[in-house]
Design a protein around this ligand. Structure first.
Ligand code: HEM
Length: 497
């Protein structure tokens, strides 16, 4: 009996001790403060249709590091440059994970997608391939003519539109150009044209995925709903991903046949990736090539075209700036009247216009959400493993503490400082920072610069309405799109030979 009593009291004491340890442990594990949420849905109603704006407002009350809860997902939101530095620089490794949205799981082999896998060895292999075969300075220079040819096609289309006095949807046009530049870089062919809405389904597939991957999905915050797919998001994503899978499979099969035929190589990205996979079969195979092609079309086209459309919007609203860009570009144009990509990259005012566009109209306002891979100390707080991390780059790029008249478009501000978007100045991180930072910066800079320079140098533009009537609203999604497309009529002024 006594023995039993001793046993029971020992067990009770053991659990009491566990409880005390757990309580003390939790007391030290303090999450950042945040708005009180409702039962079950948490802070869902606080977010509204423009989460980047709502979160910026909430952070004024709750602080630079803030916790919000959406259903079963807890997120920590960084809203100041210091908070972003704490996450993306000081705790880069611990905060480098991703939460895979339900829509993305519709992609067969999504666990090989550079955008979504953890920052592990496989991810490093893919990033290395990207760096070597796409965004390395030498490779970019080698593939320059491909990009230039696509822009020549755009100019032919605009000359024809000008002749017919037809207006042009600049966002649609630049999206088609960005798609063709990417497809020529990857597989040496155009995938769309400028006249029709879509050919072969390419534009539709990319647009669908950009839309559904960026849509708020109730199944992401209540995982029990995933099997039901209540908003039909995964089904739509699957149709588009399956379409892509077939198309990329076709590219690879055809290319392998071409390589067997011993005809001259194309020398494009696909050839390089096939060489790379032959040399590194164990780490990088056809599955990786297929998914990487899809990732590039998703990550590297709408971001660039959208930035170009916003830059053109601002320049059409500010004729002095428009003239200044044209004048600057004209100093480096060859005798044939052609703009060479290599010559415009160092133009300070053009570059300032592009930076200012990326500041004021951030393409990816909350970056791509990160996730903690381990428990991590952020400032005075302890954040558990598997917490979603949102970095509100949009809020930082408009913080009056760092920017004078932050909502005014003023490229000159970038002439007066050394601020760059390469991830070191945390008040300006349109491409992110740290290991998950966008690998496409050098390509994006070239693509956007060439498009903006060409559109400004060769044409005057007629808006269908007064400048004051320009709608400057945006819509939140995977990228921050213009709510109303920018439409204008090109009037050719300076012709190429
Ligand atoms: C103006 C154009 C662009 C903008 C504003 C942009 C912005 C971004 C941002 C904010 C991220 C997420 C960073 C993070 O998670 O912290 C990202 C990731 C990425 N971007 Fe870009 N991007 C652009 C163009 C491109 C281009 C041209 C490519 C093609 C190479 C590209 C490929 C990628 C890839 C593959 C990732 C995922 C990286 C990873 O998760 O490891 N982007 N981009």
């Amino acid at each position: 009996m006594e023995l039993l009593y001793l046993l029971i009291s020992s067990i009770v004491f053991f659990f009491f001790l566990l409880h005390v340890i757990h309580r003390n442990h939790n007391r030290n594990r303090k999450m950042p403060p945040g708005p009180t949420g409702l039962p079950v849905i948490g802070n869902l109603l606080d977010l509204g249709p423009k989460p980047h704006e709502s979160l910026a407002k909430l952070s004024k009350k709750h602080g630079p590091l803030m916790t919000i809860r959406l259903g079963s997902i807890t997120s920590v939101v960084a809203s100041t440059p210091d908070a972003a530095r704490e996450i993306l620089q000081r705790n880069d490794e611990a905060c480098s994970g991703r939460i895979v949205p339900d829509a993305v799981t519709a992609l067969a082999d999504h666990d090989a997608a550079v955008l979504w896998i953890p920052a592990n060895d496989e991810w490093r292999t893919i990033r290395k391939a990207l760096n070597t075969y796409l965004t390395h300075q030498h490779k970019l220079d080698t593939l320059r003519d491909l990009r230039q040819n696509v822009v020549d096609g755009m100019l032919d289309f605009l000359n024809e539109s000008g002749r017919k006095k037809a207006s042009v949807d600049i966002g649609k046009l630049t999206f088609a150009v960005a798609l063709n530049q990417m497809s020529n870089t990857c597989v040496s062919q155009n995938v769309t044209n400028y006249e029709s809405d879509d050919i072969g389904g390419f534009k539709t597939a990319v647009k669908t995925l950009m839309e559904v991957d960026g849509k708020f999905n109730i199944a992401d915050i209540f995982p029990v709903l995933k099997p039901l797919d209540p908003q039909n998001i995964r089904r739509q994503a699957k149709a588009a991903y399956d379409w892509f899978d077939k198309v990329t499979e076709g590219y690879i099969t055809e290319r392998l046949k071409h390589r067997e035929s011993k005809l001259p190589r194309f020398g494009d990205m696909l050839d390089s990736l096939l060489d790379y996979s032959e040399a590194n079969e164990a780490e990088f195979n056809f599955k990786h090539i297929k998914i990487l092609l899809v990732d590039l079309f998703l990550a590297g086209t709408e971001t660039s075209s959208n930035t170009t459309e916003w830059a053109m919007t601002e320049l059409l609203l500010n004729p002095d700036m428009f003239s200044r860009v044209r004048k600057e570009v004209s100093t480096v144009v060859g005798e044939d009247g052609k703009i060479q990509e290599a010559k415009i990259l160092d133009l300070p005012y053009l570059h300032a216009v592009i930076k200012e566009t990326m500041r004021l109209h951030l393409s990816v306002p909350l970056l791509v959400p990160h996730k903690t891979e381990s428990e991590v100390k952020l400032g005075e707080y302890i954040v558990p493993r598997n917490t979603q991390i949102l970095v509100n780059a949009w809020a930082m790029a408009r913080d009056p503490k760092y920017w004078q008249n932050p909502i005014t478009f003023k490229p000159e501000r970038f002439l007066e400082n050394e601020l760059d978007y390469k991830g070191q100045h945390f008040e300006f991180i349109p491409f992110g920072s740290g290991r998950r930072m966008c690998p496409g910066i050098p390509l994006a800079q070239r693509v956007v610069s060439l498009m903006v320079a060409s559109l400004v140098y060769h044409y005057d533009w007629n808006l269908p309405h007064a400048r004051e009537e320009m709608d400057m609203n945006d819509i939140f999604g995977l990228t921050l799109l213009r709510a109303t497309p920018l439409v204008a009529t090109p009037m050719p002024v300076i012709q190429r030979e």
